[in-house]
Structures are given as structure tokens and as C-alpha cells.
Design a binder for this molecule. Sequence first.
Ligand code: ATP
Ligand code: MG
Ligand code: FE
Length: 333
Amino acid sequence: MIILGIESSCDETAAAVVKDKKEVLSSIIASQIDTHKEFGGVVPEIASRIHVENISWVVARAIEESGVDWKDIDAVAITQGPGLIGCLHVGVTAAKTVAELFEKPLIPVNHLAGHIYANEMVTDMKFPLLALLVSGGNSELVYMKDAYSFEVLGETQDDAIGEAYDKVARVLNLGYPGGPKIDKLARQGQAIYALPKPKTQGKYDFSFSGLKSGVLQFVKRMERRNEEWIMEDLAASFQETALNEIFDKVRLALNDHPEIVHFVVGGGVSANSRLREMVSSLAEEYPNVEFTVPPMRCCTDNAAMIAVAGEFAAEQGRKADGWLSADASLEMM
Ligand code: ATP
Ligand code: MG
Ligand code: FE
């Protein structure tokens, strides 16, 4: 199948054409990051307006660069949610319009399913599978018994891990987005400062807001006492605590589900260099499990992953009609 994917859940307006789940014929991404940088984070109202400005040319260019004609497109896959509601509406409206105009089936896709299916672009996903989703808006452990079936084993009780990175970066005056900056600083430091270890209710759940406050309190305490502290070491201490929280739960889930044959990672935080190292050591502990971390271009928001997930969703008979509406807190099902 040749699928046109459209994505506008946050601050990237994206469209892509993908053939048979693997072959990316085109992938256009218009990022708004430079605009939002000035505000220290994504401003939802500004984001939706920029989507409106960009969506038409982004879709047109994706078709043009793919080298295929509208008549060759088999279906239109669209991110229905979760995400910022005003942003989602722009993509959904565009997708409904082209699907109606060119008489194509419309396939609703969950953004997080898209992040998981980004892995299919670089490997064949095998089941039962465990997916670790770590992004700016979500942190989840998802069990997939089969293709396109999602069971959320655990999720964050408060902040997403990417959000924690961004907030800690703000406390340290590093600018937005904070993830890559903390990653870089942490590589030059040692995790020598004790920060509060997260406490959670559910066995596989995560929590990051206490850790984030812990960093803030640490800085205030040091300033109050006029004590010296090292930024690189604080970044490393934060990162180590946050990632240990994640990998402790991943190990629990893998131990409790010995039938799992594949572990994949999705979402923007999978760009993190320490996280990638930790996945490599995990792979040594579980030789019977295949481990995949997609390359950076697949990890951050893009529409190719939506097109890929869309083909699997279509195989499951998922289809929408002209009444499809965006859903800011769409659950994974
Ligand atoms: P969601 O997918 O949940 O809707 P999103 O699409 O905004 O959220 P992504 O684009 O997948 O999130 O990821 C962005 C997040 O990834 C930001 O919080 C950013 O700080 C974080 N990030 C990017 N690179 C790194 C890195 N090297 N280390 C840690 N975090 C990173
Ligand atoms: Mg983004
Ligand atoms: Fe995302």
C-alpha cells in the first residue's frame, strides 16, 4: 500500500508518503522550534496558527517529492490524538479534505502508536513486544501481544520524562528544548548528588515531578548556603536518577513477561545518548530479546511513522469517515 501520513499534534507540521510500511518515498517536516524557543516552550495558540500556515504546502510537497500521483495513494493516515487540540484539528481537517476530494480511505492513528511503529521502518517488529515510550508529553510502557494491539502496563503519574528534562533545563537556565542540552552536560559530569528517588503507586508506573522539584530545591539550598556546585554533575545526577527510574520498571516488565521477544523504544527522549547506552547494557542481560532503538530522524515527530502505523491500522480494519474529530487525550487501543 502507498499511504500519505499527516501529523500536527504538537509543534511539527509533517506529511510523508510511505510504501509497504518500510519505504519512505518522502517525509516533510516543518518545525516551529525556533518560534517557541523564545517562549521557553510550545505555546499552543501560536502552534495551531503556524500549522494553518504550513499544512497545505507541507502536504503538497510530500506528494511532489514522493514521485507518486494522488491516484496512486491508497489511503490517508492522520494523527487523531493525543496532542494539543488546536494543532490536531488542523491536520485532521486537512486529512479529511484530501481524503474526501480524492476519494481515499481515512485512517485514524494514535500519535503514540506512531512513535512505536517508527521502529518498523528499521526492523520487523516481533510479538509479544514491549515498547518504551519516552517523549515530551508521555512516558509509558506498552505491551503488544500482537500487531496493533496495545496494553498500557505503566505510565507516568505526573510529568513526562521529556517534560522533566525541559523543566530542569529551565531551572538551570539552559534554554528550550532542554533534553539535548542536559544530555551533553551530563556526559561531562558525575552523578554525585543525591536526588529524591521517585515513588509510584502502580508496579510499572513512573514519576518525575518529585525529581524535578528535587533539582530546584538542590539549587536553592546551595545558593542559600553560598556553596559551590557543579552544573555538569547536577545534570548527570538528574539524568541518572530519571533513567534508572525508567530502566528499573523496564526490567520488572521484562522479568514478569518472559514471553516478550522484542523491546523497542519510541519518542523524542530516545535520542538521549545515556538512554541508548542503557539499552545496550540491557540487551546483554536479556540475550533472548531483540532490542531496537530507531535512529534520531525516526524518534522525533514525523509523519512517516504515522503512515507506517496507518497501514497496520488499515489491516486491522480501522477506518474513519467525515465525522472524525481530533481527540487531545486519545487512549491507545
Ligand atoms: P508526545 O509525542 O508525547 O506528544 P512530543 O511529540 O512533544 O510529545 P517528542 O517530539 O517525541 O515529544 O520529544 C520531544 C522531547 O524530547 C523534548 O522534551 C526534548 O527535551 C526531549 N529530548 C530530545 N532530545 C533529547 C535528548 N538527547 N535527551 C533527553 N531528552 C531529549
Ligand atoms: Mg516536537
Ligand atoms: Fe511525539
